[in-house]
Each structure stands twice: as structure tokens, then as C-alpha cells.
Design a protein around this ligand. Structure first.
Ligand code: BG6
Ligand code: MG
Length: 218
């Protein structure tokens, strides 16, 4: 059996934290007198915290000083962490654990490739940290998705060639990052949104073991 590397995004792929990011940004937007919609939130998926604030300021046409930006970044993260503290493993998305276990049974490489700086505490809280051979997160990269850095580092950490890496992503920026890395991209979400991905599944429930085996054998 071949060894491939399966690189998982975190937010929106492993766990349903996208809603917590949205709530925290929406509350911050209120301070800018701006009504931040779920549709606009699509633009924030996969994007770093600092860049997300810049997008929000742009959408709200709000000019903030550097000092205010720094305060807001702290405020947003503190609110987000409150939601995370209250979270438990029921927030793990359907069939994520089944897929992780299948990949381990088949001795495949499994790593995390996330923009989040909160990835390790979240995986620990969900009791999933031991399922990842390597973790590359927002603390380890200088260039954000759609730059391929996070996934290239994930592949390197597992010592697997980029063409033998498969990425699971729920964001447009993340799919673009996987494609830019020359890896197989698998979108988790809506086909219309993630049409640049090589394959798209609504969720892991839709993903058969035969499909996973075909990726390993390819
Ligand atoms: C990504 C999320 O995974 O991480 C983004 O999709 C988020 O919404 C980014 O902004 C950074 O996360 P954090 O936890 O470092 O603020
Ligand atoms: Mg994501």
C-alpha cells in the first residue's frame, strides 16, 4: 500500500467553528455600525485573523488606527475563545473521525494545515490532537492561503511529495492554496462555491472508503 499525505484544514472541515468566527466578527462589525452578513462571511473563510479585519474594515468603509486594529484583533479573539471554551466533541463534523481512523488503518500520513493560531488548543479540546502526525498552523506560516505555504510545509513535515498529498478544504482560498501546491484538492461544502476543487463533497458522510482507497492507490 502506498503512503500518501492527507492534509486537513481545521475550521469548517474538522469542526464547526466557522459559526463562532462569524459571531465574533459580527459583534465587532456592530462597533463599526456595520451589519456583517453570512454571505460576506464566505470571504473570511481560510483567511488569517489580521487579513479578516482588513476585509471587514474595507466592507464597512471604516478607517481605524493601528492601535484600534490591535485592540479589535484581541477583542475578536477573546470572544472567539469564549465560544471555544464552551465547545465539546459534539462539534466535530460528521464522519471526520471515521475518515481519520480509516486513514490510520491504512497507514497514511495525516497532518493539519490551518490558518488558525488556535488550532492546537482546539484539537486538544476535541481529543483529536493525537490523530495528527504533524500540525502546521497560523503560527508556522508567513504567507496566508491562497498561498500554498501551509500545505507545502504539511507535506514536508510528513516527507511526502506534493503530488502525493491530498487536501481537504472548505474555503475558496484553501482550495486555491492546495491547487497552487500541485496537490489533489477536495472541497468540503457546496459545489458552486468550491468549483475550483478536484472533487467536492457536501461532507465526509458522502465520502466512501472506496473513494479514499482510490486516492491512496492513485
Ligand atoms: C481559518 C478560518 O481556519 O483560521 C478563518 O477559516 C480564521 O475564519 C483563521 O480567521 C484564523 O483563525 P484564528 O483562530 O487564528 O483567529
Ligand atoms: Mg476552513
Amino acid at each position: 500500500m502506498k503512503k500518501k499525505a492527507f492534509l486537513f484544514d481545521l475550521d469548517g472541515v474538522i469542526v464547526d467553528t466557522a459559526k463562532f468566527h462569524y459571531l465574533a466578527w459580527r459583534n465587532l462589525a456592530k462597533e463599526m455600525n456595520f451589519d456583517f452578513t453570512e454571505e460576506q462571511n464566505e470571504l473570511f473563510k481560510g483567511v488569517s485573523r489580521v487579513q479578516s479585519l482588513e476585509i471587514l474594515l474595507d466592507l464597512a468603509s471604516y478607517e481605524a488606527t493601528q492601535e484600534q486594529k490591535e485592540r479589535w484583533l484581541i477583542q475578536k479573539n477573546e470572544e472567539y475563545l469564549k465560544y471555544i471554551e464552551a465547545m465539546d466533541d459534539s462539534e466535530i463534523l460528521p464522519d471526520v473521525v471515521r475518515v481519520l481512523n480509516f486513514l490510520h488503518e491504512k497507514n497514511q500520513g495525516v497532518a493539519l494545515g490551518s490558518a488558525s493560531k488556535n488550532a492546537r488548543p482546539i484539537l486538544t479540546k476535541l481529543n483529536l490532537i493525537q490523530k495528527f502526525e504533524a500540525i502546521v498552523d497560523g503560527n508556522d506560516v508567513t504567507a496566508a492561503k491562497p498561498d500554498p505555504e501551509v500545505f507545502l510545509k504539511g507535506g514536508e513535515a510528513l516527507k511526502i511529495e506534493r503530488t502525493d498529498c491530498i487536501v481537504f478544504e472548505d474555503s475558496i482560498a484553501g482550495v486555491q492554496a492546495a491547487n497552487a501546491a500541485g496537490m489533489v484538492s477536495i472541497g468540503i461544502g457546496e459545489k458552486d462555491v468550491l468549483h475550483e476543487a478536484d472533487y467536492v463533497f457536501a461532507d465526509f458522510k458522502e465520502m466512501s472508503e472506496a473513494f479514499l482507497a482510490s486516492l491512496i492507490e492513485a
